[in-house]
Design a protein around this ligand. Structure first.
Ligand code: SF4
Length: 493
């Protein structure tokens, strides 16, 4: 690859700071990088919505080159606008091998400019954002402009929507100029080094390490981690740091751990289960968990949406708003489960009809099982805040909720196939052989998919198919709990 042709964008610069292998593959083995899934697409959409709202704070501005992404289109269009001294959205600059697009470039004073980078996060994080803004300053100044200040515009998580969204209330700008000043001088050297990496004929060898999980999991983890044994040290319960240390010392399998490595009690149970290939069970603890349960038994699960720009009155950015539930009820020992469910329809606030459906479906007595119950309890408390008239009912329901996670979080039961995780997605297949295969929906996707089919003009057949998958997915969450409970009873003897 000719260095003359290579442009390094902000995101690729960030990739290069993380890992040479990731950077090389981004240019030379693009097919290894997976296409964004539905959840990531949903996050992109949220980011675009926040970006569009931010431009309303600079109403006299114009977009440099609408619908264009390449430097050859965006840079000349930006240059043509600079003389007008108006805010420019998506202003493009090339300097050296850096190609950046500035979300909002705002003229100040006689001949200076402020840089605004808009993020759909609820705060400024130097680790996540600083390099991004610094490359912009590098390229803008390198193109001959005077930069006065750099701002990271993010969501104000105290903002509560009432009526139309107010961009001035929803967004707030952190002045990050001083941080950028301290970073920008390294950008040129970094870019030079990155060019060499990109031009290399062979993919650089990089060992897996903490950089694979920095900020968010690297897209290439499935490629780089695929040769690790099933029980590699990164599966150690609550032991990522130790796991990376062990890998660096050449220990690739938990079976090979020697006695000199200090492990916590749960980690010891895990390693023992891996060595023996058998599940660990403490029947006394399991019995004590089961003894607290009272019939009728209910199994409850919520699905929620949490958008950057609040959708409904009275909600904040990323507030988890329940729009779906699944409930199974077993009225007596040996009884058949009866299923109740709710999935909101239309653009109105889903909470009133959901609350009504839930109140009529949940039995007035008995235990209510939820997996990782603090989430369900929290959503119920939110519902009481939304509709104070149901405060007493919520209190009663929450007092009856029992967390099915407890026997697994406490390692009263641990199966080697859980791979160090107590989540339901790990426990269900390990204990019962059941899984979510064949259901075209994932936990993180449900909220984004609900928004997509509800607030966009989506084909009716697709809407039906997505709603069906949502129903199946949420139902599986509560059905899975029934199977886990049955297994716990067997294990308790
Ligand atoms: S998974 Fe780790 S080693 Fe592989 S490319 Fe990503 S950061 Fe680099």
């Amino acid at each position: 690859m000719n260095s003359q042709d290579i442009l390094i964008s902000k995101s690729r610069y960030m990739a290069g700071l993380r890992c040479d292998k990731l950077l090389w593959c981004t240019y030379n083995a693009k097919d290894l990088i997976p296409a964004p899934g539905r959840a990531l697409q949903g996050r992109f959409t949220q980011g675009h919505e926040v970006g569009a709202l931010a431009t309303r704070l600079f109403p006299e501005g114009v977009e440099a080159a609408p619908g264009k992404y390449l430097a050859e289109d965006v840079v000349p269009a930006t240059q043509a606008l600079l003389g007008r001294r108006i805010p420019i959205y998506e202003a493009g600059f090339v300097h050296g091998s850096a190609y950046v697009k500035v979300d909002i470039l705002n003229p100040v004073g006689r001949d200076e400019w402020d840089i605004y980078e808009v993020k759909s996060t609820t705060g400024y994080s130097p680790q996540k954002h600083l390099a991004d803004v610094a490359t912009q300053r590098y390229a803008v100044e390198g193109s001959g402009l005077k930069v006065r200040n750099c701002y990271l515009m993010h969501l104000n998580n105290r903002y509560v929507r009432q009526g139309e969204v107010d961009p001035g209330g929803l967004l707030t700008a952190a002045d990050v100029t001083a941080d950028v000043d301290g970073f920008v001088d390294r950008v040129e050297d970094d870019l030079g080094r990155m060019l060499q990496v990109i031009r290399a004929k062979e993919c650089p060898e990089v060992a897996v390490g903490p950089h694979c999980l920095e900020i968010r999991e690297c897209d290439l983890c499935p490629v780089c981690w695929k040769d690790l044994p099933e029980h590699h040290p990164l599966t150690l319960y609550s032991g990522r740091r130790l796991g990376f240390e062990l890998l660096a010392r050449g220990i690739e399998d938990l079976k090979d751990l020697h006695d000199g490595v200090y492990l916590g009690e749960k980690q010891r149970i895990q390693v023992e289960a891996v060595r023996s290939g058998q599940a660990f069970v403490d029947p006394r603890q399991v019995r004590s968990f089961l003894n607290q349960l009272r019939y009728p038994l209910s199994f409850l699960d919520f699905e929620t949406l949490g958008t950057a720009v609040p959708l409904y009155n009275g909600t904040r950015p990323y507030q988890n708003v329940p729009f779906q539930f699944s409930l199974h009820v077993i009225d007596r020992p040996g009884g058949e489960p009866v299923h109740f469910s709710f999935l909101a329809e239309g653009k109105d606030d889903p909470r009133p009809p959901l609350l009504e459906a839930l109140k009529s479906a949940i039995p007035r007595e008995g235990s209510i099982l939820a997996y990782n119950a603090s989430f369900e309890k929290g959503r119920l408390r939110d519902l009481a805040g939304f509709d104070p008239s149901c405060g007493g009912w919520v209190q009663d329901v929450n007092a009856r909720i029992v967390d099915l996670l407890i026997p697994f979080q406490s390692f009263a039961v641990y199966h080697p196939s859980q791979h160090g995780s107590a989540s339901m997605k790990a426990v269900l297949p390990a204990l019962t052989g059941l899984n979510y295969e064949g259901i075209d929906m994932g936990g993180e996707e449900t909220g984004y998919e609900f928004i997509r089919i509800t607030f966009n003009d989506t084909d009716k057949e697709e809407v039906k198919a997505v709603r069906r998958a949502m129903e199946e997915y949420c139902k599986m969450d509560t059905e899975g709990m029934i199977h886990i409970l049955k297994k716990l009873k067997e294990l308790a003897g």
